[in-house]
Design a protein around this ligand. Structure first.
Ligand code: OOG
Ligand code: MG
Length: 261
């Protein structure tokens, strides 16, 4: 750590205000260039503490920057981890009010729900055994930094741009399907804009959960049974504006759609 609790609290407060007021800020490393990853997760933890103190509930956990497409798009080379909030949930097939965000982007993801606790350090076998089912999810990202420009430390502090998510379609048991070859097609206004297969995420989306469990283990934490986990965008994220319709088709898992209004 390079900063003390007072600065952690100050930066968490600034990030939360930026989100609540939809007023983007300059990235925190512009002001504190020496921040390290421990600082970044400490700020994210403080953000989470502030939110839960206001009555927000954590809806799930997420990994991000787990595919080449995403790392290339954001110019960041390591996976990051964050959490989703209850207020970010939107209905499948419904309308999403664009004014609730600064500059939203959507990305297609494979999500898991666990049936037993996962304690790192662990490997993919442990994770596969603990996954109850697979379901399709679309993440709505929104950076609290101007123009979606950040580095690894800044994006972790900003809870990995988490803003919303839509899940739906059909769930399947993890041993019923091969999630690596599972095809995903993202359409915007009826046109295919991105497509990929599950293996785009670290060779197997369950590897995201391994990394998440190992990261949490360093803090003495586990992934509890019944946790909803988004494993990271399989494709680059797509910017949306008012009126856009997004539909993502998943092999074996149905589709997830929304319209921005
Ligand atoms: C950071 C969040 C990345 C993913 O799935 O890759 C993420 C960003 O791209 O803004 O959620
Ligand atoms: Mg994501």
């Amino acid at each position: 750590m390079t900063i003390d609790g007072a600065i952690v609290a100050l930066l968490a407060e600034q990030l939360e205000s930026a989100e609540l007021n939809r007023a983007p800020m300059t990235k925190i490393t512009d002001t504190y260039p020496d921040l390290d990853m421990d600082d970044a997760y400490a700020i994210q933890d403080e953000l989470r503490r502030r939110k839960t103190a206001r009555g927000v509930r954590v809806a799930g956990l997420k990994a991000g920057l787990t595919s080449q497409a995403k790392m290339k798009q954001m110019n960041v080379s390591e996976p990051v981890f964050g959490f989703m909030c209850d207020y970010g949930s939107r209905a499948d097939g419904g309308e999403v009010e664009i004014d609730g965000f600064i500059a939203p982007r959507v990305e297609a993801e494979i999500a898991f729900v666990t049936k037993s606790e996962i304690k790192g350090p662990c490997h993919i076998g442990t994770v596969l055994q603990a996954i109850d089912f697979v379901l399709p999810a679309v993440e709505i990202l929104d950076s609290r930094y101007e123009n979606f420009k950040f580095d690894l430390v800044s994006v972790v502090a900003d809870n990995t741009s988490a803003a919303g998510f839509v899940t739906g379609g059909n769930s399947r048991r993890i041993d019923e399907i091969d999630v690596r070859t599972l095809g995903i097609v993202l359409e915007k206004n009826g046109e295919i804009v991105e497509l990929a297969a599950g293996a785009a995420v670290l060779g197997h989306p369950a590897e995201s959960v391994v990394m998440l469990a190992n990261m949490l283990a360093r803090k003495g934490q586990v992934i509890p049974a019944g946790t909803f986990i988004m494993t990271g965008g399989v494709t680059a994220a797509v910017g949306v504006k008012r009126g856009d319709h997004i539909s993502v088709r998943y092999q074996h898992l149905g589709s997830v759609s929304m319209r921005f209004v």
